[in-house]
Design a protein around this ligand. Structure first.
Ligand SMILES: C[S@@+](CC[C@H](N)C(=O)[O-])C[C@H]1O[C@@H](n2cnc3c(N)ncnc32)[C@H](O)[C@@H]1O
Length: 211
């Protein structure tokens, strides 16, 4: 077992909780890794089953630390410094949490509608929890919002959001995404590169199979 004590760089950990690692998760994890590198923080993808072979888009990323160990094993001596981002937490994340915690933990779960509270799998391990407002975010959005609050010290309520955006699939059809996103400068929801095309391609199959 490892201890990562003594390394003062803030860590973002996504505990992969799905049995597979499909194209949606791949795009989300890739964008978290790239943005973490730019922000100078570490990104761990933990609990990756040994039988999953990582897609090439994730394999070649220097800024991604892939771990088969769980977050509990990785940060066993520092449990009190780990903050679980939890939609059911009683306390909202604040800029001061950037000094209380060194590790921010997220469920590597594709969103579901209605949400099934799978973050409870991490909650029962006893980490301190913080909420990012009342609306479900994608995992990459939750990481982006957390970084904005704890690194850039922007309070949650001052971040511009778009809730349940409609994406145009073609001339006749659009689809509503059941999540909150950060609003980009051009007014569009901030999503990983390639995600809009993937959503368009997958929307023909029906989201019931995907979320
Ligand atoms: C797509 S969400 C999964 C929510 C999901 N429906 C569930 O079963 O818990 C993935 C992760 O992003 C984080 N997250 C998303 N929205 C959040 C919110 N409003 N507050 C705190 N954390 C959130 C949590 O860490 C969550 O496990």
């Amino acid at each position: 077992m490892k201890s990562l004590r003594g390394n003062s760089i803030t860590s973002y950990v996504v505990e992969h909780l799905d049995p597979e690692l499909g194209p949606w998760s791949t795009l989300e994890y890739r964008s978290i890794a790239q943005e973490s590198a730019k922000a100078g923080v570490r990104f761990f993808l933990s609990s990756v089953p040994r039988n999953i072979s990582l897609p090439p888009e994730l394999r070649d990323l220097e800024c991604l630390i892939v771990e088969h160990l769980s977050v509990e094993e990785l940060f066993q001596d520092e449990k009190g410094r780990v903050c679980l981002l939890d939609p059911a937490a009683a306390v909202e994340l604040s800029p001061e949490d950037g000094t209380k915690f060194d590790v921010f933990l997220f469920g590597g779960i594709l969103g579901d509608d209605p949400p099934r509270d799978r973050t409870s799998e991490l909650r029962k391990k006893g980490f301190s929890g913080r909420r990012l407002g009342p609306i479900q975010m994608t995992t990459d959005t939750a990481v982006r919002v957390t970084r904005t609050v704890v690194q850039q010290k922007v309070p949650l309520k001052d971040i511009p959001y778009i809730d349940y955006p409609e994406l145009k699939i073609d001339k006749h059809e659009s689809t509503e995404m059941p999540f909150r996103y950060i609003k980009s400068a051009d007014g569009s929801p901030c999503m990983p590169e390639g995600m809009v095309d993937l959503i368009k391609a997958d929307s023909e199959k029906g989201f019931g199979d995907l979320l």
